[in-house]
Design a binder for this molecule. Structure first.
Ligand SMILES: NC(=O)c1ccc[n+]([C@@H]2O[C@H](COP(=O)([O-])OP(=O)(O)OC[C@H]3O[C@@H](n4cnc5c(N)ncnc54)[C@H](O)[C@@H]3O)[C@@H](O)[C@H]2O)c1
Length: 260
């Protein structure tokens, strides 16, 4: 495929990808797209009904996926899910740290425990997952990690110090992992999604308001949708992205042009 003689690794059919929050908006789209490309998916979620629904949709389309119920607030639960996923499909080629929570309150009103729990789920869990799967990926000398951040990492968030801090931290974690593991051919990049049609922003607005906001404020004239993020993830797992690591890539209709 490449004419320059440079070896470029990318996801192959049968490769195992672990996706957290696989029952949610982006998570389901990641699972379905990557399974269509031949990946075998471990999908983790705390919500059993939505996780099982994603598993069923992947299988109905002829793909391979297994749901694991995991509460990312628990380190022991993460360790169990790591072991179960490796038992099911072996060392993963890829990870998408996608699940997050966004409890909203001002700095004055937010309980310190809420702040701590948000960081536990949104950044400590991704670290734990990367730490746990990393040695296998390093041994295999191939792997791709995608962390999901947010424009809030760069802009801050009124009523969301917890969320914004966690998302800034995941951009930073991406950079360190990419620096440490580049020599092992394990790449790590961040996706920075723009506001998109999923449950998370709908916690404090309506679909109509979200669509109107996109038409008014977003240069490309619409909000994002899960398939937009799935397309970028497919690229980041592919050999076409084999020279790309440590980056934070915004998929946001043009709102933030330079996300570093
Ligand atoms: N939708 C947007 O506008 C938007 C914008 C920027 C960033 N993001 C990020 O995209 C990612 C995906 O979010 P989404 O928009 O698909 O939202 P979503 O609410 O549809 O999905 C989040 C998923 O995470 C799961 N989850 C929550 N807590 C968990 C826990 N303790 N253990 C395991 N799973 C848990 C939920 O059950 C849910 O399935 C998140 O990291 C979010 O911060 C979303």
């Amino acid at each position: 495929m490449y004419e320059d003689g440079i070896a470029r690794d990318g996801m192959r059919p049968g490769d195992h990808i672990v996706i957290t929050g696989g029952g949610g908006g982006f998570g389901r789209a990641f699972c379905k797209r990557l399974a269509r490309m031949g990946a075998r998916i471990s999908l983790w979620d705390i919500n059993e009904a939505s996780g099982r629904e994603t598993e069923a949709q992947v299988r109905a389309a002829g793909g391979e996926a297994t749901f694991f119920k995991v509460d990312l607030a628990s380190g022991a639960a993460i360790d169990e899910a790591v072991a179960a996923s490796v038992k099911a499909y072996g060392t993963p080629y890829g990870i998408i740290n996608n699940a997050s929570i966004y409890p909203r309150a001002s700095v004055v009103d937010m309980a310190p425990d809420t702040f701590a729990r948000t960081l536990q789920i949104n950044i400590t869990a991704p670290f734990h997952i990367i730490h746990a799967f990393g040695p296998g990926m390093i041994t295999n000398k191939r792997g791709v990690i995608i962390n999901i951040a947010s424009g809030r990492a760069l802009e801050g968030a009124v009523n969301g110090a917890n969320y914004a801090c966690s998302k800034a931290a995941i951009v930073s974690l991406t950079k360190t992992v990419s620096l440490e593991w580049a020599k092992h051919n394990v790449r790590c990049n961040t996706i920075i999604p723009g506001v998109s049609m999923t449950a998370q922003p709908l916690e404090n607005t309506t679909p109509e308001e979200l669509i109107a906001r996109g038409q008014k404020n977003i240069p490309l004239g619409r909000i994002g949708y899960p398939e937009d993020m799935a397309g970028l993830a497919a690229f980041l797992f592919s050999s076409d992205a084999s020279y790309m690591t440590g980056q934070a890539v915004a998929m946001n209709g043009g709102v933030i042009m330079v996300p570093q």
